[in-house]
Design a protein. Structure first.
Length: 105
């Protein structure tokens, strides 16, 4: 019923925004193409993912451990786990979820 009070222009804007949001969700996360390439052996694609996320992961690890060497080790472990789980990436989550430990695994 709320749509009845909208002007024609507002209704069109709402419809356009909904269409754009739906198109984005169909495409999935922007890293999908890189993950797909890495799955098929493109090491440059995985290296790009590493460069894209390594600083963020390192900062979190260093904040938690308060130790640079431990944070470097954790960062490396995260990417090793992520590489091993590339086949589990569903395209709707961030790449960082690849390295997140799941219950029962």
């Amino acid at each position: 019923m709320a749509l009845l009070s909208l002007t024609a222009g507002s209704t069109l804007q709402l419809a356009d925004a909904t269409r754009r949001r739906t198109a984005r969700s169909r495409r999935g996360h922007p890293d999908v193409a890189l993950v797909d390439a890495a799955r098929h052996g493109d090491t440059a694609a995985f290296e790009k993912l590493v460069r894209q996320y390594d600083r963020q992961i390192f900062r979190v690890a260093q904040h938690i451990t308060q130790n640079r060497e431990d944070a470097e080790d954790i960062t490396q472990d995260v990417f090793m786990k992520a590489y091993g789980k590339l086949d589990q990436f569903q395209g709707q989550q961030q790449v960082l979820h690849l390295a997140h430990p799941h219950r029962g695994q």
